[in-house]
Design a protein around this ligand. Sequence first.
Ligand SMILES: *[C@@H]1O[C@H](CO)[C@@H](O)[C@H](O)[C@H]1NC(C)=O
Ligand SMILES: *[C@@H]1O[C@H](CO)[C@@H](O)[C@H](O)[C@H]1NC(C)=O
Ligand SMILES: *[C@@H]1O[C@H](CO)[C@@H](O)[C@H](O)[C@H]1NC(C)=O
Ligand SMILES: *[C@@H]1O[C@H](CO)[C@@H](O)[C@H](O)[C@H]1NC(C)=O
Ligand SMILES: *[C@@H]1O[C@H](CO)[C@@H](O)[C@H](O)[C@H]1NC(C)=O
Ligand SMILES: *[C@@H]1O[C@H](CO)[C@@H](O)[C@H](O)[C@H]1NC(C)=O
Ligand SMILES: *[C@@H]1O[C@H](CO)[C@@H](O)[C@H](O)[C@H]1NC(C)=O
Ligand SMILES: *[C@@H]1O[C@H](CO)[C@@H](O)[C@H](O)[C@H]1NC(C)=O
Ligand SMILES: *[C@@H]1O[C@H](CO)[C@@H](O)[C@H](O)[C@H]1NC(C)=O
Ligand SMILES: *[C@@H]1O[C@H](CO)[C@@H](O)[C@H](O)[C@H]1NC(C)=O
Length: 619
Amino acid sequence: MGIKFILSAVLLYGTLWFQATAEPVEDKRALLDFINKVHHSRKLNWDEKTPVCNNWTGITCNSNNSRVIELRLPGVGLKGIIPSNTLRHLSELQILSLRSNGLSGPFPSDLLKLEKLIGIYLQDNDFRGLLPLDMSVWRNLSVLNLSTNSFNGTIPSSISNSTHLVALNLANNSLSGDIPNISIPSLQFLDLSNNNLTGVVPKSLLRFPSSSFSGNNISYENPLLPPAPSPSAVPKRQSSKFSESAILAIVIGTCVVAFVSIALLLIIANRKKTKDDMLSQKKQRPMKKMISENQDANNKLVFFEGCNLAFDLEDLLRASAEVLGKGTFGTTYRAALEDATIVAVKRMKEVIVGRRDFEQHMEAVGNIKHENVAPLRAYYYSKDEKLMVYDYYNQGSISALLHAKRGENQIPLDWEARLRIAIGAARGIAHIHSQNGGKLVHGNIKASNIFLNSQQYGCVSDLGLATLMNPTTRAIGYRAPEVTDTRKVSQASDVYSFGVVLLELLTGKNPVKSSTGEEAVHLVRWVHSVVREEWTGEVFDVELLRYPNIEEEMVAMLQIGMSCVVRVAGQRPKMDDVVKMLENIRTAGNSQSGGTKSPGSTPTLTPNVAEVGSSSVHT
Ligand SMILES: *[C@@H]1O[C@H](CO)[C@@H](O)[C@H](O)[C@H]1NC(C)=O
Ligand SMILES: *[C@@H]1O[C@H](CO)[C@@H](O)[C@H](O)[C@H]1NC(C)=O
Ligand SMILES: *[C@@H]1O[C@H](CO)[C@@H](O)[C@H](O)[C@H]1NC(C)=O
Ligand SMILES: *[C@@H]1O[C@H](CO)[C@@H](O)[C@H](O)[C@H]1NC(C)=O
Ligand SMILES: *[C@@H]1O[C@H](CO)[C@@H](O)[C@H](O)[C@H]1NC(C)=O
Ligand SMILES: *[C@@H]1O[C@H](CO)[C@@H](O)[C@H](O)[C@H]1NC(C)=O
Ligand SMILES: *[C@@H]1O[C@H](CO)[C@@H](O)[C@H](O)[C@H]1NC(C)=O
Ligand SMILES: *[C@@H]1O[C@H](CO)[C@@H](O)[C@H](O)[C@H]1NC(C)=O
Ligand SMILES: *[C@@H]1O[C@H](CO)[C@@H](O)[C@H](O)[C@H]1NC(C)=O
Ligand SMILES: *[C@@H]1O[C@H](CO)[C@@H](O)[C@H](O)[C@H]1NC(C)=O
């Protein structure tokens, strides 16, 4: 049987891949110590004799297998107190998830020794007592989820020292006292609901919706009465700067979350008004003011040659906007201009380069013309705002198409569509890799950055932003292991990310559940585990199983996907080769569709297995 053969080849490749490993001996000892001392009702395969990095459930190591960097044991029936002096030895740990267990006792003090933590997920347990007073050790922490426990006492203000925090969830505890002044600009998600908190919501947190604070005994200071001077009293330069960002925020962001802060800004800039007044006027009046004050030639929308869009910043600011999504690098809006043109506007956060570098980069990106690369139409740079204008794809991203709620009007993507998406996106990425003397890197490939072009082929958007941005903001689900360590993206890490997209197309599973820091399915590990254990057919999206005679094509794509997500960057194929392999799927399938095949009749697949396998042997 062809499939069996291919699968055993995949297995062989897997085995070879797993042999090229070292061991983090001390981390292993700490983990064994932990698991031996904690009660757990589900048996884990943490066997002293097997390699911790590749065979142990819930463990991820760094790229050279020298340290454990992730420990995820959600819902495995852990009970009781976390034994002390165990986890603290995992000093390189970045992600700890022990959510949905029956863990109890005080906040595990071992975690206060783990300075590298980026994500802490302890929700849905029975931890009690006070939160640690000094959390400043976690300087790089992005997600802290302690919801649905029994923590009491106050929220420590030292949380403000975790300046990279993106999501903080302390809901469903018994926390009391005032909400501290948590002024962390990167914070995007906050849930303090269902506690016993009192006092007023600090100004720094007014940008969050009231649901973030519900189920407490707190009040809002009247946001319509800010203790700020009227515009005439403010020095001119400052006021124009202020109104510019206020207005950009207004026009581009109409989401509910932003509204409170927008209202605040508007009032500061325009004296007191009633809320209703503002609602009706927010689109026009302040804008004129801004335009008259910003004749500065530097702050204009810059269009690229050959772009037939005709609007200016003024039109754009007047457009009605809606949030399409919040991504790693900022928020994207759908902006409908008065002349009915619709564009997608990306508002970038945390740009770390100056104007010159930014403009040079935009020029490089804007001059890429390829049917599988979403064209950048225009950009805008000012001190406070960096915008990019793209075509708007009304079908939404591949991520939306794959993961939208099934049923109702949503038709699942069929196999043909997925193949076209894969081939198109691969061609786009290969083209990007050929630019800039063959050095250009996309840096943020994921399903939500891939759209359908007019021929319904995949089309890649959002390229090259990685070099402009703060590297700590990078998406986890598609990130190559070496990027976790070095924070540097490369063409090989693009290949890895694209491999995850292939696995996503095949499995229908989402490697990033939400942008708000929710835990991601580790798609690569999951696929490996399914393929490694035995063939269950479980790996493929059930939606695909209804199409006849596509198993071989799916297996071929699976194999390409797996070769892209090989751990060692140097062993991944080049994007050009990935394109060829994907294009071969169909030619191979077409010529022999239907009948059962012997191993020898799948010539285009066999060499790839050999190639991957043999290159693994060298390490
Ligand atoms: C890892 O686990 C797989 C099956 O789960 C097993 O076949 C393999 O022998 C294990 N590797 C080692 C080195 O024990
Ligand atoms: C493994 O990689 C890390 C960086 O990720 C490096 O600090 C360490 O020295 C490497 N260890 C070995 C044994 O190569
Ligand atoms: C935090 O992240 C930065 C950037 O990657 C890194 O250089 C630094 O070592 C990290 N700090 C800690 C305490 O892990
Ligand atoms: C927190 O709860 C514990 C019992 O679990 C209690 O002894 C302690 O007094 C409480 N502390 C506060 C500040 O409510
Ligand atoms: C932040 O950490 C520093 C020292 O690490 C400490 O002095 C300061 O009090 C902390 N800030 C807060 C708000 O706790
Ligand atoms: C808090 O508990 C409520 C009710 O049990 C539940 O609906 C909600 O999802 C919980 N919130 C979180 C963040 O766990
Ligand atoms: C909140 O505080 C009140 C009074 O101090 C107490 O009776 C109640 O149990 C507390 N609620 C929670 C969820 O801790
Ligand atoms: C909140 O913290 C920020 C930054 O530390 C500070 O600028 C601001 O004045 C504080 N606000 C209050 C009300 O303490
Ligand atoms: C809410 O807080 C106020 C004062 O902060 C207090 O007078 C009132 O009794 C509290 N309400 C509840 C239900 O605890
Ligand atoms: C935290 O845990 C709750 C409850 O499981 C979940 O609803 C939420 O999405 C998690 N993540 C964040 C960032 O709050």
